[in-house]
Design a protein around this ligand. Structure first.
Ligand code: ADP
Length: 496
């Protein structure tokens, strides 16, 4: 039996998953690490924590699987995206903590880019909307604030990287300085059409080109794991951002294929094939993956409050004891009793885009009870996701045939059935819910010839299919009410 190990370096934990050659999980290990919040709105990770936790998770997962290291055919890396690191080329010493994607410190730099009229160019070249979330201004900030850093960068003494880059540099023999096209596509510095770092954007953010890693395919041997880690050199054969790996791991290999990850927020990605689709709804255009030099594109949209709304019911309202209990509570009533919950705690994202929306519950009557509110919260996760998916289908000019799902809240059968009802399409939940890790493993196994494209298409196996059962009249009535509820939540936080 051969194995592929996926390293899943996430925002709160580092995970390693050992897959056998049938795509089954032989062992997994997870290690959390500390989040640092040095100022309001700032988020950092210690680079040493990222590296140590990932290395330990790798060793412990391989130990737990009890396999011979010689049988590991390849290692694939998938990672939290956009998080920005800067280190010395000579010694590997990081110059600062990693600036995490959530960190808002560079919002003023983004405002300056917009004021300089770069918004449209940035949108055209990178497929992104200008935001502090992406790596570009984070790197600019590091170069602006670390004394001497820009001069050193100009002399070629420093390396920039996202987490994939940083891991490869540290884990592989001879320190390759690379990133893959999916991670590059989240920097706000990469031209997704021409597949290169964009000189104008580098200049606009005052970033010397010598800092930038070489951009490689997502399924590609980038280096050999150093022998002292597992006692043997092993090819590191895949790099992909977490959402991109999940799309691959869900088997969304054809244009129109679409997945939604139901975690704290929800992340929807749709494969749009070899043509980048420009969104009319401010969705992001991104690279799904790059294989054999050819990029496949995707549209991406997210819901800010997904499972977090359930957490809020549990932790702040005390309406449920566990997130899982929400399913039985929602089912204890035949419908929402007319109550609609818009969890716009931090505003609304695509396709509504209103940063002044706030959380709203409408339609309360004397008969509304706890179960109706819980049900309305779960329904809201499905409505918000449906709004993103509809906008995506309109942009891509193709209706999603099925929706593949993963993430913590996809375990909720009520939610999945309601999602299917409200979208009027089948919802498919895979057997291996670790789709991010599976995707990284599939990309790596492909690169070393363990799996052909045909094997890969057969790897993700569905556990359960939810089929729409709601009649059209009822669906239309509910969607109409949802849109009215959205309208009520709008503009609340605007001054005056
Ligand atoms: P993340 O990776 O964003 O931390 P996870 O994929 O681990 O998220 O999912 C956790 C989220 O899913 C939490 O917000 C939690 O409230 C929600 N959740 C977990 N299980 C359920 C469930 N059975 N029903 C509804 N929501 C759930």
């Amino acid at each position: 039996m051969k194995y592929v190990v996926a390293l899943d370096q996430g925002t709160t934990s580092s995970r390693a998953v050992v897959f056998d050659e049938h795509g089954g999980i032989a062992a997994a290990y997870n290690l959390e690490f500390t989040q640092h919040y040095p100022h309001l709105g700032w988020v950092e990770h210690r680079p040493e924590d990222i590296l140590d936790s990932q290395l330990r998770a790798l060793k412990l997962a391989v130990d737990k699987a009890g396999i011979d290291v010689a049988d590991i055919a390849a290692i694939g890396i998938t990672n939290q995206r956009e998080t920005t690191l800067l280190w010395e080329r000579e010694t590997g010493r990081p110059l600062a903590n990693a600036i995490v994607w959530q960190c808002r410190r560079t919002a003023p730099l983004v405002e300056r880019l917009k004021a300089d009229g770069l918004g449209a160019l940035l949108r055209d070249r990178t497929g992104l909307v200008p935001d502090a979330y992406f790596s570009g201004t984070k790197l600019q900030w590091l170069l602006d604030t670390i004394p001497g850093a820009r001069a050193r960068a100009e002399r070629g003494e420093l390396c920039f990287g996202t987490v994939d880059s940083f891991l490869v540099w540290n884990l592989c023999k001879n320190h390759p300085h690379v990133t893959d096209a999916t991670n590059a596509a989240r920097t706000m510095l990469f031209d997704i059409h021409r597949q290169c770092w964009d000189p104008e954007l580098l200049r606009a953010m005052n970033i010397p080109a010598s800092l930038m890693p070489e951009v490689v395919d997502s399924s590609h041997v980038v280096g050999m794991l150093r022998r002292n880690i597992l006692g043997r050199e092993i090819p590191v054969a895949a790099l992909a951002g977490d959402q991109h790996a999940a799309l691959f791991g869900q088997g969304c290999l054809l244009p129109g294929d679409c997945k939604n990850t139901y975690g704290t927020g929800c992340f929807v990605l749709m494969n749009t094939g070899d043509a980048p689709v420009r969104s009319q709804n401010d969705l992001l255009t991104t690279i799904a993956w790059r294989l054999d030099g050819k990029p496949v594109y995707a549209l991406e949209g997210s819901v800010f409050m997904g499972g977090a709304a359930v957490q809020w019911l549990r932790d702040e309202m005390g309406l449920i004891r566990t997130a899982a209990e929400s399913e039985a509570v929602a089912r204890s009533v035949p419908d929402n009793g007319g109550a609609f919950f818009v969890p716009a705690f931090t505003g609304l994202g695509a396709p509504h885009w209103d940063m002044y929306s706030r959380g709203t519950i409408v339609g309360l009557t004397r008969g509304t009870g706890r179960a109706h509110i819980v049900r309305a919260a779960l329904e809201a996760i499905a409505y918000q996701s449906a709004d993103v998916i509809r906008a995506m289908s309109a942009d891509a000019g193709a209706r999603a045939e099925t929706l593949r799902v993963d993430g913590g809240a996809s375990a909720n059968n009520f939610l999945m059935q309601f999602q299917s009802d409200i979208l009027n399409i089948d919802v498919l939940r895979p057997q291996v819910i670790e789709t991010t890790a599976l995707g990284a493993a599939m990309l790596a196994g492909r690169a070393v010839g363990l799996w052909t494209d045909r094997d890969i298409a057969a790897l993700p196996q569905s556990d359960r299919r939810f089929q729409p059962r709601m009649d059209a009249e009822r669906r239309d009535a509910l969607l109409h009410q949802w849109q009215r509820a959205i309208a009520r939540s709008r503009d609340w936080a605007r001054e005056g």
